[in-house]
Design a protein around this ligand. Structure first.
Ligand code: G3P
Ligand code: MG
Length: 248
């Protein structure tokens, strides 16, 4: 089974949604703060606009994290480019743009941040999102270490695999199903990503026996993270990156 690996070693901590809780989620300010806090890797969420362009955003709708309204997948690039993605977090971030994947890629490359791109398709857009995001990743990171792309959608991951045969993939599941290893192998995925509360020793044992790194979200407590590393977890996604400033 071909399971393309990232050309970089996973650090212990990935800043969740760019800068964790220290910045508006999925923003360029978050990337800068993660780098300034000493993070070597970040995770962010990517969804397609109405023009099929990949943008950084978590929800299918704009209201929670920006001053826009309505579904992301029905909003044009022009309209998304006019939104404020900072003021809902704090007025100090007023004027923060909603970033495209292209803008985030350029900044991650400049800052030396490794990336987990979470492919976050709107319902009904799974295959096209996987295909376009995977294709854009290989273009934007050409000549540099590729991000690892993950998704809760196996349809999106399958489309990503078809579009980019060498792209490292993460099999992302809240709770790994009993046949998770079979599904991961079928996709040629490299790592298993799951909710920390759903992780059990049987999963960790099977992962270790098969050389599959396990990553957990969301871990905001340093002793809890250290206990997970002792159990064999490779890395955690955290909103509290300031707690991991030394030794990771
Ligand atoms: O990729 C790990 C984690 O980000 C998944 O959950 O909802 O924060 O995207 P969510
Ligand atoms: Mg995510």
């Amino acid at each position: 089974m071909n399971r393309p690996a990232p050309g970089w070693t996973f650090p212990r901590v990935f800043a969740h949604r760019c800068g964790g809780a220290l910045a508006p989620e999925n923003t360029l300010s978050g990337l800068r703060i993660a780098a300034a806090m000493g993070c070597r890797a970040v995770e962010f969420d990517v969804m397609l606009s109405g023009d099929n362009t990949p943008w950084l955003i978590h929800d299918e709708t704009l209201e929670r994290t920006s001053d826009g309204i309505g579904p992301v997948c029905q909003t044009s690039d022009d309209a998304l480019g006019r939104l404020d993605a900072g003021l809902r977090y704090h007025r100090a971030f007023t004027g923060e743009p909603l970033p495209t994947l292209a803008a985030a890629a350029a900044l991650c490359l400049e800052l030396g941040l490794m990336v987990n791109v979470e492919i976050k398709p709107a319902a009904g857009h799974e295959a096209v999102t996987g295909e376009i995001v995977a294709t854009r990743i290989t273009e934007l990171w050409r000549g540099a270490p590729l991000p690892i792309a993950s998704s809760f959608s196996e349809v999106a991951l399958e489309a990503a695999r078809q579009a980019a045969s060498q792209l490292p993939l993460g099999y992302l599941s809240v709770k790994p199903p009993p046949d998770w290893l079979h599904r991961l192998n079928a996709l040629g995925a490299y790592s298993l990503h799951c909710a920390v509360g759903e992780l059990d020793d049987a999963v960790l044992d099977a992962a270790k026996a098969n050389g599959v790194p396990v990553l957990c979200y969301t871990v905001n407590d340093r002793p809890a993270a250290d206990a997970l590393f002792k159990r064999g977890v490779a890395a955690v996604f955290s909103d509290r990156i300031e707690k991991f400033r030394t030794g990771t």
